[in-house]
Design a protein around this ligand. Structure first.
Ligand code: NAD
Length: 477
């Protein structure tokens, strides 16, 4: 029996955005075969044609910006200001990779040929074939685009399997390319885990973003098939507040980084670690969190909307209740949410006195929950930051450059942000984490072009000259 994928609005769950039949494993394989057939021609079309397609998609995204931002708000409950920013970022990603279509595709090296035989030694990055992209719901526009744009720029075909929670947004990404790519070169395949697995097994290169548990399965599956794979996964990110940090400014920054979009970012701040006495900073942080607007994400001033679904709401409530049962104190917030309709609302919640062994201190909650604790010195701060299995991003706040450098130097995360929130990263810079947060090469920037290509090395020697004819030796005059 065919499963139906239905995506609903988290603020009004009876608002159904789209319903689609799940694509079967056989159909996924058929689409990969069609995409592979289209890919060879796409690569031959050359960089100008590829750049033009990406620029057209960027222009369409800008033209459709208000409607697509509204779709993000409605389908995944993203606060509208963040939704607009994601649309802008999507267009910037497409513009960037349109330019990168003209980037050098290799290096020229000095050949080690005999002097009598001129030649060339060069490398050439070539597309891998069909890129299978498995994406999460939380950045339903930017993540599919930051995978698809470099894959297309490098000459690959692309199949995107969006999260079932963000299917309408995934389809909107596909429509940006309507009519500008060869038939079958780019497609969106609706489905859940089974469709995702089939795509991972059938593709020539796999890029996944999502939870650590699923990412580990995807990496094993792809590696078993001999397919290059990258997996960007969860985080349990810390912010370290040094004694000389500006209290008010840093508290406001961290409140938004922890609770914005209901904490549903891989880069959200979950653990706030204050070096020295935490009393003054905690007071400012409580006020900053309590002051965040919580409610309908369509309202301009709202920072904290709903969580994505009932399971997420129950998970967040359960983790907070369980931490309380183990001695944690709720400084502000009410996980029972608010009574505005049936949406999946959970109040932004700040905890202290948390048992360091409890899962709220060790595992990603992916909700509007953060903990605050104090440590005596920099070395302990670094130890606490590194004491979890994740390693995505850490922020450090203060003025003493020596202390900032000491903390930054000891931290084991792929991204370090000094006097900047853990959330947000420039779209042209490499992006990825360490430990359980990432597997495989980095995303974004030129790193992505490397990932979606395979480098071959060409030794090109001029044909050997025929041996010189024997000289006539005059025997005598
Ligand atoms: P998820 O792991 O549940 O799902 C991600 C995608 O994988 C979805 O498309 C899903 O349908 C698919 N999938 C599920 N099971 C699969 C399987 N067995 N094989 C193949 N595909 C399968 O994640 P989610 O709930 O959509 O997203 C939230 C998670 O994503 C959080 O953990 C968050 O930290 C992480 N995330 C990471 C980054 C990053 O760049 N590091 C960015 C955004 C989100």
């Amino acid at each position: 029996m065919t499963n139906v994928i239905r995506s609903c609005s988290p603020q009004r769950p009876d608002d159904v955005l789209t319903e689609r039949a799940e694509v079967s494993a056989d159909e996924v394989r058929a689409r990969v075969t069609r995409a592979r057939a289209a890919q060879a021609g796409w690569h031959r079309e050359g960089p100008a044609a590829r750049a033009s397609a990406l620029r057209t998609a960027a222009d369409r995204l800008r033209d459709r910006a208000p409607a697509i931002a509204d779709l993000l708000v409605r389908e995944v409950g993203k606060p509208v200001r963040e939704a607009r920013a994601e649309v802008d970022r999507g267009a910037a990603i497409l513009d960037y990779y349109a330019q990168m279509c003209f980037a050098a595709t290799g290096d020229v090296l000095a050949p080690s040929l005999p002097a009598s035989q001129p030649g060339l030694l060069y490398t050439e990055r070539r597309p891998r074939g069909v890129a299978g992209l498995v994406t999460p719901w939380n950045f339903p526009l930017a993540i599919p685009l930051w995978k698809a744009a470099p894959a297309l720029a490098a000459g690959n075909a692309v199949l995107i399997k969006p999260s079932p929670e963000a299917l309408a947004c995934g389809e909107a990404v596909g429509h940006l390319f309507d009519g500008v790519l060869p038939e079958g070169l780019l497609g969106v395949v609706p489905g859940g885990a089974g469709t995702g697995r089939a795509l991972v097994e059938a593709s020539d290169v796999v890029s996944f973003t999502g939870s650590a548990a699923v990412g580990a399965q995807v990496a094993v599956l792809a590696a078993g098939a001999g397919t290059p794979v990258q997996a960007e996964m969860g985080g349990h990110n810390a912010a370290v507040v040094l004694p000389d940090a500006d209290v008010g400014h840093t508290a406001a920054l961290l409140a938004a980084a922890a609770m914005g979009y209901a904490g549903q970012k891989c880069t959200a701040t979950s653990r706030i670690i204050v070096v020295g006495d935490a009393a003054e900073f905690t007071e400012a942080l409580v006020a900053a969190v309590a002051g965040l607007r919580f409610g309908d994400p369509a309202e301009d001033e709202v920072t904290v909307g709903p969580v994505i679904n009932a399971a997420a709401r129950d998970r967040v409530r359960d983790v907070v209740e369980s931490a309380r049962a183990r001695g944690a104190r709720v400084l502000t917030g009410d996980v029972r949410g608010h009574a505005d309709g049936d949406g999946f609302f959970v109040g932004p919640t700040l905890l202290d006195r948390v048992d360091p062994a409890h899962r709220v201190a060790r595992e990603e909650t992916f909700g509007p929950v953060a903990t605050v604790s104090s440590v005596p010195d920099l070395a302990t701060a670094v130890e606490v930051v590194n004491g979890v299995r994740y390693g995505l991003v850490t922020s450090v706040h203060g003025r003493d450059v020596e202390a900032l450098l000491a903390v930054a130097g000891g931290i084991d995360t792929g991204l370090i942000r000094v006097n900047a929130p853990t959330t947000g990263v420039d779209h042209y810079a490499p992006f990825g984490g360490e430990k359980a947060s990432s597997y495989g090469p980095r995303e974004q920037g030129t790193a992505a072009l490397d990932f979606y290509t395979s480098t071959r090395t060409v030794t090109f020697a001029a044909p050997a000259r025929p041996a010189a004819p024997p000289r006539l030796v005059k025997e005598s005059l």
